[in-house]
Design a protein around this ligand. Structure first.
Ligand code: HBI
Length: 360
């Protein structure tokens, strides 16, 4: 059948420039969604704050003050926007240019884009990239999905279940460009990895403690978002052999990550997905993770890694001692089967087709 090629406007997170790492996993989500859909013949323009970089599609940069990160406003029941907000300016641009597109795809975890859905002539698809954090956001998610069924997607069922209308949200999973990741059958020496924004909700201190107790080196990849928290970890675990590797490009990350025996994932919150888990699997690296949120749907306990009781460092250490039973090739095979760009691209395309054809 003659498949329609869509023109899609992607609106990035307003918390920081695309490529800065401030947007954490949603930056990779946006870039991979663009790659997946361009590979299927669709045209994409990305709108993002000034200073953004991307190689995958046309980029329109918007000036304005960045948005306050929602995870610093947990439980708050009001919306806060800075003066001359980049979020406001991105959506003014979207309003002016919407008729050049078949659909808008929003990646902001913010109230405004959801509220604006009925004011636009074009359908808006929303990617909710974190679990429930605040009543004001939850309420707007519910209002929007009741009025526009299927308009809102999340990564995993676990993430959807944190919202009161969770059963109405689309579970869209995730995809990565597997070809960008090199499979490593056997690392040269034992070591641990941790990947993510260095911020309290990510629980890095537990990984540092596990490194100190096991004596294994811990390679840390990601943006230092909270410097006090980072300093505190160095002080708390002086014997841990910690190597801070920085916030790396995907290619540099996968090159170093592949040499690790396991990736530790220690979220203190309901992890929406855990991009790092599928990136590790793609390199053949098993994942030892707290049994939290989306990770319980990604890690196959005893096959591609281990799921450990939330907050149990002893559990992490016990799992590390059992790594020999994991076949690293199984990790790679799981990504190829379930998290490739092709599989994810098909799912996104079907979702957009439904929204575009259902739109009045
Ligand atoms: N906070 N207000 C706000 N808006 C976002 O888009 C946002 C955020 N905090 C974190 C974040 N996005 C991303 O790091 C996660 O979605 C992955």
């Amino acid at each position: 059948m003659n498949k329609k090629n869509y023109r899609l406007l992607f609106l990035s997170t307003p918390v920081g420039a695309l490529g800065s790492g401030i947007g954490g996993g949603v930056e990779l989500t946006l870039q991979n969604a663009a790659k997946a859909l361009i590979a299927k013949g669709h045209e994409i323009e990305i709108v993002a704050p000034e200073g953004s970089i991307t190689k995958v599609a046309k980029l329109t940069q918007i000036a304005g003050n960045v948005q306050i990160p929602a995870q610093t406003k947990v439980g708050i029941d009001m919306v806060m926007m800075p003066q001359d907000s980049v979020l406001e300016n991105m959506w003014s641009y979207a309003r002016e240019s919407q008729h050049q597109f078949d659909l808008l795809f929003n990646f902001a975890y913010d109230w405004l884009p959801l509220y604006l859905t009925p004011f636009f002539d074009r359908p808006i698809a929303h990617w909710i990239s974190m679990a429930s954090l605040s009543p004001v956001m939850d309420a707007m998610v519910s209002k929007t999905v009741q009025r526009f069924p299927k308009a809102i997607a999340v990564n995993t069922r676990a993430c959807a279940d944190t919202f009161s209308d969770g059963e109405r949200l689309m579970i869209m999973g995730k995809g990565i460009d597997v070809a960008q990741y090199k499979f490593v059958a056997q690392p040269q020496k034992p070591s641990l990895a941790w990947v993510g924004r260095i911020s309290p909700e990510k629980g890095l201190e537990d990984a540092a403690e596990a490194a100190q107790v096991t004596g294994l080196p811990l390679h840390i990849f990601g943006l230092i978002q909270d410097h006090d928290y980072w300093q505190q970890i160095q002080i708390s675990f002086p014997q841990a052999e910690i190597h801070y590797e920085g916030f790396l490009s995907t290619d540099a990350l996968q090159h170093k990550l592949g040499q690790c025996s396991a990736l530790l994932m220690t979220p203190r919150w309901v992890e929406a997905f855990g991009n790092a888990a599928i990136e590790a699997f793609a390199c053949g690296v098993p994942v030892i993770s707290y049994s939290s949120g989306g990770l319980t749907e990604i890690v196959r306990h005893g096959k591609t890694g281990f799921l450990v009781e939330m907050g149990s460092v002893a559990g992490l250490i016990n799992a590390i001692s059992q790594l020999a039973q994991i076949d690293r090739l199984t990790c790679r095979q799981q990504v190829e089967a379930e998290y490739s760009l092709e599989v994810w691209g098909d799912r996104l395309e079907r979702w957009f087709e439904e929204l575009i054809t259902a739109h009045p």
